[in-house]
Design a protein around this ligand. Sequence first.
Ligand code: TXA
Ligand code: MG
Length: 317
Amino acid sequence: MSEAKIKKITPESLEEAADLLRRGQLVAFPTETVYGLGADACSDEAVASTFQAKGRPQFNPLIAHIADISWVDSFAVFSPSARKLAEAFWPAPVTLVMERKADCPISLLVSAGLDSVAVRYPSHKGARAMIAAFGKSVSAPSANVSGTVSPTTAEHVFQSLGDRIPLILDGGPCLVGVESTVLDVRADKPVLLRAGGLAVEEIVEKTGLDVLFPDKDPALPRSPGQLSSHYAPRLPVRLNALYPEEGEAFLGFGAVENATLNLSEKADVREAAAHLFAYMRLLDKPCYRGIAVSPIPMNDLGLAINDRLKRAAYPRS
Ligand code: TXA
Ligand code: MG
């Protein structure tokens, strides 16, 4: 395939994207979290080509993206907690894992054979416009080769998948910068499968729901996609560093000295989340022997940042 075209979002590029999706092709598009690699969620062939382009392990299920809450009724079951969360937040960086309906038209490959489906209604206007132009649910993992740092600009997508897809819609840098929060909402109490762009504190405060953590209770369901090593730059990553060692790049947070780049000088975790993946890419250079990262607090989006950093630092063989 020839190189991907990068196009700003216009009525014409949206129509081109919708047309490619209808023909079973892949289109990369911006969301508020990270760029997604979109395919027709109802087409086994289109979804299969997503796994192929990403080099992703087949057992890892994908998220079905929608452009209106009403779309859910045709394929998944709203539990009371799912309804509450959707009404409180959607469109937002939160993905809800629901029970598939018996006649669910979404490819079983999206669910990786499970009887559940992950649903997300993104807040990014360009994402919603593309899905609406297509008129059906769009499956999309992050638009990068499996296991590498997620893309937060169209240029990142081009570097990773530029030779494998026809079109990248450019909606500028992603404002949230870490993937969506994933909640299993099939039971009364939502289970946190992945910390992400919607803070748990905000969920609890706005809905009064009790969020459960599988890390603290081995009996709870876990996300099949949470591989230990993921989001990995090429260089080794050292966490909770107070200063860099010889030859290391230093990814700082707050008022630190000697930072090569600082995620947020004013120690704001939201600003840090928005910079995280782009800065890890900038520091992942052969002129350094590793990346040392400042401690990041665990509140608000700090939970998602620490989750990604822990995976980036996981020892690789
Ligand atoms: O912000 C995001 O969520 C981005 C943008 C593009 O929307 N997408 C994204 O997709 O991060 P991906 O494929 O990289 O991550 C999907 C996560 C994985 O951890 C996967 O295991 C989990 O959602 N997931 C998907 N379907 C699931 C299901 N049926 N049950 C449990 N976990 C599921
Ligand atoms: Mg991903």
